[in-house]
Ligand binder design. Structure first.
Ligand code: DGJ
Length: 689
């Protein structure tokens, strides 16, 4: 609900539990008076009676309260909006020109007092999440934009400030870290043209005392899959802002006529990090994912089994074993096309390798469908190997700069999708691939970040950073529309492209190339802070693990992967009959709890040498617990559950044993795991009364 009090120049944006109160000061600056628990319009209006921020000597104390942090005037802090006009004038002087609002949207419009530039600040309520973006319009000569953040979020005064975010690298994505926010500016960013493994465009602020269960959390997340920058600023006056947008230093954008920034979503929540995560998950399931109500199938992916060494017979043999295990979607990975028998050739030539698939993909797809599974295919459309027909025909189609080398990474270069003819070619190629073959699922990979990013012949090289991502989105949108049955997975050497932007046009993401279940416990913990289980693909692979060499029991590997969208990626041709049979039982177990895991509320019960994750959907709950190391022969205590009715009675499906909700919530559930390291269990409870 949005309430406007025109005489006070005040807007109150309220979700079910929180409010965001905006006030226009005498200088027409929108300041945030409140971001926190829900307030009535009357209560919000009374905020104006509180002592006003003023100007101390050399301090503008309202600086850290600006919702539209435009550079200009008496301010020195991080500016989310920074321009340079053609005559060299920097900064903006914005005058408020109007507003329009509905029940759940608000647009505040400002115009520069001299130059023909207008700024619209857009807000949309999605439950307790506020989606924001800017629309900039220029009616004059092109304007240079050094920064155009989608939103600046003003955190209310807290006793202290702690910043939560994830860092990582290839094979070690989404490592959660929580640190006291230092004074100054802390910048989280990607300069890679892709979201990146190294940081993810979200941040959470709490006062340093929040726990998994308690405390206020202020968070924001950017819906963008290219380079980005999020600045957490802690001012000496004690105020904190989070400002996020696309683009990175030192790239600048040119505003010709109009620029629409991506959405930056923000949320205030109570109930600790667990509640914040559940609210973010709920938001994505309701408002971001294209088919949120669907259950993601159990997939098999051939990559770890075959690498580039694949054949029709080999794929069929794997498919037969996968189908017998209960797999529902068979995905053929890299190595099926062009001259792609190794990683130095073929990228860009999206037709079946004639020696490997002389009759095309049809025989394999037919067999996979006959086995009762859907068929999926790997592609990496934004890339080209110099040793490819496409590159030989169009060497100028890649991102490159005059007089600079084209550094190859994994023997590949990036196609410049910002060039319309390149985007058109890609769309046509993929559209034909999907039209000619009964492909149900596309794994869209992107293994090579941008370097030497330029587009010779253009007067604006920097434009490609945004243009590439926009073209990628447009291709995905067009393919989805033309092939509505097809589902898509976002992959970028594992979890290098996971964000709210790509999630609005893909159905799941490949979380990490690291499938070692012990490492995955950590990666999944960080992933779950913002993103829902419903999109988090997790495969069971071989032991020893091909990347880490660690040996882990089959049940442990399965139970960890069952806390996501279960997949299998091992060399099934080498698994013993016993392993295949146990795997089939575990796949069947997963299917029983799948709706709860993929659509239920997630509670992180414990994280450490014992990790427990619980999911609750209606009358059912599932618990997955993993013990990594048992120390000093100490048995872990029962895990106290969450989200149950204390008056309910719950039956354990496996043992038949009945528990009182109140007892499960207070004393917990005995896990019944055997002694030793790497023990794990799955518990499925159904409410009986
Ligand atoms: C990187 C992905 O993360 C892997 O799963 C696999 O698809 C390879 N690329 C194939 O080249």
């Amino acid at each position: 609900m949005i309430v406007h009090q025109p005489e006070l120049r005040l807007w109150v944006l309220s979700g079910p539990t929180g409010s965001y109160v905006l006030w226009l000061d005498e200088e027409d600056r929108p300041l945030v008076l409140h971001w926190g628990p829900r307030l009535t319009a009357e209560q919000a209006a009374s905020l104006l009676d509180l002592p006003r921020p003023g100007f101390w000597p050399v301090e503008n104390t309202s600086e850290g309260m600006a919702d539209l942090a435009a550079a200009g005037g008496l301010r020195y802090g991080a500016a989310g909006l920074q321009v340079r006009f053609p005559d060299g004038t920097r900064d903006l002087e914005l005058a408020f020109t109007g507003e329009s609002h509905t029940e759940d949207t608000l647009v505040l419009t400002f115009a520069d007092r001299h130059y023909p530039l207008t700024v619209e600040s857009h807000y949309r309520l999605r439950g307790d999440v506020i989606e924001r973006h800017l629309v900039l319009r220029n009616a004059g000569e092109p304007v240079t934009l050094a920064r155009a953040d989608s939103a600046t979020w003003v955190v209310p005064p807290l006793a202290d400030y702690r910043l939560g975010h994830v860092h990582g690298r290839w094979g070690a994505e989404t490592q959660l870290t929580r640190v006291e926010l230092p004074y100054g500016e802390t910048v989280l960013t990607s300069r890679r043209g892709v979201t990146s493994h190294h940081a993810n465009p979200w941040a959470m602020i709490d006062d340093g005392t929040a726990t998994e269960e308690h405390g206020a959390v202020y968070s924001c997340a950017l819906a963008w899959s290219g380079s980005w920058r999020l600045t957490a600023q802690r001012l000496p006056t004690g105020r904190v802002t989070l400002s996020a947008g696309f683009g990175h230093d030192p790239v600048v954008l040119t505003l010709e006529d109009e620029l629409v920034t991506p959405v930056c979503a923000g949320m205030y929540s109570q109930g600790g990090f667990g509640a914040a995560s559940r609210a973010w998950h709920d938001y994505q399931l309701r408002h971001v994912l294209p088919h949120p109500g669907e259950l993601r199938p159990v997939l098999y992916n051939s990559w770890e089994a075959t690498g580039f060494d694949l054949s029709l017979d080999g794929q069929i043999a794997l498919a037969e074993r996968a189908a017998a295990m209960g797999v529902e979607l068979f995905v053929m990975d890299d190595g099926w096309f062009g001259a792609r028998t190794h990683d130095a050739a073929g990228l860009g030539d999206w037709y079946p390798n004639p020696a490997r698939f002389p009759e095309g993909l049809a025989p394999l797809i037919a067999r996979v469908h006959e086995l009762g599974m859907r068929f999926g295919l790997w592609v990496e459309p934004e890339m080209v190997n110099p040793d490819s027909e496409l590159y030989r025909a169009h060497p100028d189609w890649v991102i490159h700069q005059p007089h600079r080398r084209r550094t190859e990474h994994r023997n590949q270069l990036v196609l410049n999708l910002a060039r319309p003819e390149v985007a058109e070619h890609l769309h046509r190629t993929l559209d034909e691939l999907l039209a000619k073959n009964a492909i149900d699922f596309v794994k869209w990979d992107m293994n090579r970040p941008f370097t030497e990013a330029g587009q010779p012949g253009s007067d604006d090289h920097d434009r490609l950073w945004i243009g590439h991502v926009r073209a990628l989105y447009a291709i995905l949108d067009r393919l989805r529309e033309a092939h509505p049955h097809a589902r898509f997975e976002s992959c970028s050497s594992g979890g290098g492209r996971v964000d709210l932007g790509i999630l609005s046009r893909t159905d799941q993401v490949w979380t990490s190339d690291n499938t070692d279940a012990l490492d995955r416990v950590e990666i999944q913990h960080g992933f779950s802070q913002l993103y829902p289980t419903r999109v988090m693909a997790a495969w069971v692979t071989d032991s020893p693990n091909p990347i880490t060499g660690r040996e882990l029991p089959l049940d442990f590997r399965f139970h960890v992967a069952m806390a996501g969208v279960l997949g299998v990626g091992g060399s099934l041709d080498k698994w013993t009959d016993g392993e295949l049979a146990r795997a089939a039982e575990l796949v069947a177990d997963y299917k029983r709890i799948r709706p709860i895991v993929q659509h239920g509320l997630q509670y992180r019960l414990a994280h450490g040498s014992l990790t427990g994750v619980q999911y609750v959907l209606g009358e059912q709950t599932a618990v997955l617990a993993f013990r990594t190391a048992r120390r000093f022969a100490q048995a872990e205590p029962p895990l106290a559950l969450r989200g149950l009715d204390p008056l309910g009675r719950y039956r354990d499906i496996a043992s038949g044993r009945e528990y009182h909700g109140a007892v499960l919530l207070t004393h917990g559930i005995p896990l019944g795991m055997g002694p030793g390291d790497y023990a794990s269990t799955m518990i499925h409870l159904v409410r009986e009364a």
